[in-house]
Design a protein around this ligand. Sequence first.
Ligand code: ADP
Length: 403
Amino acid sequence: MIWIIRNWEVTVFVGALAAVLTHFIWERFQNKRALAKAQQEYDRRLLVREKELAAQGQARLEALFDSMIEGVLLLDPLGRVELYNRSLERMFQLTTGIRGLTIIEAFRLPELVKLGEEVQGAGEVVGFDLELPGENRRHLQANATLVAGAEGARRGALFVFHDITRLRELERTRQEFVANVSHELRTPLSMIKGYTETLLDGAKDDAERATRFLQVIDRHADRLNFLIDDLLVISKLESGQMPLNLQPIELRGLAGRVLEQFAARATGRQVMLSNEVGEGLCATVDVDRLEQVFVNLLDNALKYGPVGGRVTVSGRVNEEGMLELGIQDDGPGIPPEAQARVFERFYRVDKARSREQGGTGLGLAIVKHIVHAHGGKAWVRIEPGRGATFLFSLPQLSAAAAH
Ligand code: ADP
């Protein structure tokens, strides 16, 4: 009986022990599984984060690459396009992708192929200027260099393109300007020199001839003076060194005051001057500069208009709500082919006539600059047989604000 009891107790004990052990092992197994799962989840998140960071880095690099002003092109060791940016697309006006193409396939420019070959041989930065064909001619400065691989092995070539079209244009304009100015200065100077030499050669002893020659010298000296004045004004206007001293002004009054300055000259040529600027039109302007606009336009109207003609200054508010002022004459007018060019420096419709009248060729260019600086524009209207009407616009100032 005692044995049976003992045996029963042992069985219960062993059973309990087994249950406890099983539970313990199960729990550990469960914990291990949870731990492994957590580790897996952690690794997965880490991977996602790394990928996100890599994608962000890549996106930033691409944004930087694409926002560069220079065009960049990377070729692989086989000479095929591996990478390029937006500026390059724009410069070469690429309409399709060029990745994987050779230079000649992508650009059809033998000069670029030559540059690619040169850089392979040179091992240093090679550069040259490139003129792109087509209507919209562009000048590029191209630099190419080899790109080293992991162990210094040659990998490919990197091309960087700078668009120097604007620089070239500025350089051309500067050269043209210097050539024009020299020409304009030389003409009166050679007249002065010629007449002075004639005087010294004996004409000075003939009082009547001497007076005539001295008058010519005086006229050409004046012309030189005007030219230098205009050159200084235009160079200040173009370099933005002429700050505007703005103040509200009533335009009919201003036009009237400028017309008065021309009264004697108009009487001499029997030209009728009239002021048809509407009452109460006001603008915020630099009065001296705006007077110069009126003076230049009225001077031309009297210079090119006929004796016994008529010059009218008008002013109104146009359909765009801008003030529109016009100076109309009944002279020969501007031929249609010159309409777009009359405001250029030194452009003349009739060179001989303009010089003979003492023009500097800068009057309308000055007008254009002053009007632009005031936020307006200047143009000429052509109506065959009705002379020339030079117009300019200015932002309007309400009469209330002017007082
Ligand atoms: P310029 O000193 O030669 O007059 P501008 O710049 O004032 O220079 O004018 C440029 C050219 O435009 C003139 O040479 C002239 O041929 C032409 N022009 C200007 N105003 C008139 C006008 N009212 N009538 C006819 N031609 C004009």
